[in-house]
Unconditional design. Structure first.
Length: 162
């Protein structure tokens, strides 16, 4: 009944060992050593994109808070750029974020890049918390007594750590 299938298989000429499923392009003479495992070509892409997005959001919120008199820029270099104009400040923040993203995407497979990215994300996520508190304060949803209570709490925690 299946004799014609068996006979057809025996007529095939063997060209050597069949390529492994993940190595199909190497069988055709294309060497892809840098893409050995799936997903390696895009290492840290999501984390880097998140960092760039947080950097951009920080820049826009800083412009809003400073121009409305709610807050001041804490970084003196960036404060001078902000005094030069919103576009100058925003261009500098985008340039810094772009260079950082390119470096992380290029050398993201190194341990230092992974740790540095984790620290930078922790700093920016904390900074977003400060922006939230600033916004709540600007809209009158948080009173000044909450700030003094929060300051005494953080001073107490810092004293316990040190």
């Amino acid at each position: 009944m299946f004799r014609h299938i068996i006979e057809a298989q025996s007529q095939f000429v063997s060209f050597g060992e069949a390529p492994k499923p993940g190595n199909l392009l190497c069988a055709f003479g294309v060497e892809l050593a840098q893409f050995e495992r799936p997903g390696d070509d895009m290492h840290l892409f999501r984390e880097t994109f998140l960092l760039f997005s947080l950097n951009l959001l920080d820049a826009m919120l800083t412009i809003v808070w400073v121009r409305n008199g709610v807050a001041t820029e804490g970084n003196q270099l960036m404060a001078r750029l902000l005094d030069s104009g919103d576009f100058t400040f925003l261009a500098a923040k985008i340039a810094i974020g772009t260079i950082t993203a390119l470096v992380l995407l290029r050398w993201g497979n190194r341990r230092l890049a992974k740790y540095g990215l984790a620290v930078a994300l922790a700093v920016y996520i904390s900074l977003m918390g400060i922006h939230v508190v600033t916004g709540l304060s600007a809209f009158g949803l948080i009173s000044k007594t909450v700030f003094s209570d929060l300051q005494s709490l953080t001073n107490g925690l810092l004293a316990m750590v040190i």
